[in-house]
Write a protein that binds this ligand. Sequence first.
Ligand code: AMP
Ligand code: MN
Ligand code: MN
Ligand code: MN
Length: 276
Amino acid sequence: MLIDLHTHSSCSDGTLSPQQLVQRAACAGVTVLSLTDHDTTAGVQSAQTAAAACGLCLVPGVEISASWRRQDIHVLGLWLDPQADALQAALAGQLKRRRVRIAAMCAKLTRLGLPGAELLAAVEASAATPTRSHLAHALLDQGYVDKLDHAFKKYLNPGRPAHVIAEWPAIDVVVGWIRAAGGVAVLAHPTRYRLSSGARQKLLTEFVAAGGGALEILSGANGAQHAAGCAALAERFGLMGSVGSDFHSPQFAWNPLGRSLKLPDSITPVWHGRLP
Ligand code: AMP
Ligand code: MN
Ligand code: MN
Ligand code: MN
């Protein structure tokens, strides 16, 4: 059983359509897959149709942005009902925040002497749910950087001149949305946040108090070396464990779908009792 519970499609900042993503996952031997696009479940239904056709189990999911101490924190919602009205209303609010933020970043690019309006138009034309990733691609396509990563390092990362701090809802609000839609909340890639170990523990305390259920123990390309530390945190806070590639594109060849992600034996998997 190969399980990958964190992936992106072209409904957010991935490059494959939900159908292509499911087919590629099936070819890679993935048996349980979740589509977890940023702040949207728009791709879940077509992923589900494609999954049924190739005998793969598709877990409906989403990756929701939250703010904690002015930092972006990502919370995965797994096994939720993508049709739940309150969830869709909440995600509509997230989309508005994303549009406002990208426009503010483009305004900053204009002040830096770049054609912000053109860049914004390119993002809006290419993205139903805009992310910094789309803006980075626009900067690359229009020749303002020569590598995608440079767009982040030069302009879009926190502390860089076109960055805008997002006004996402607090963690407890986001966990509440997920639980109200019947899902389990998973704190994504816990080692990717710039937090002291004390702050990380405070974050986990708040996440658990809000009803968070699991910690992503293995995540993408930087999973393995952090697994033991994350497993210890999960045990300490009584959280289940999750695994996911955070796949975005076949072009990022170092981060394929369903890399062999094995959860430490001491951890209760988030899929325990949830698989058919
Ligand atoms: P946002 O949610 O709008 O802040 O966009 C964040 C997304 O940008 C992440 O989910 C990543 O997919 C992408 N991203 C962030 N940093 C980088 C980077 N250095 N190279 C490529 N993609 C990145
Ligand atoms: Mn992304
Ligand atoms: Mn993330
Ligand atoms: Mn992700």
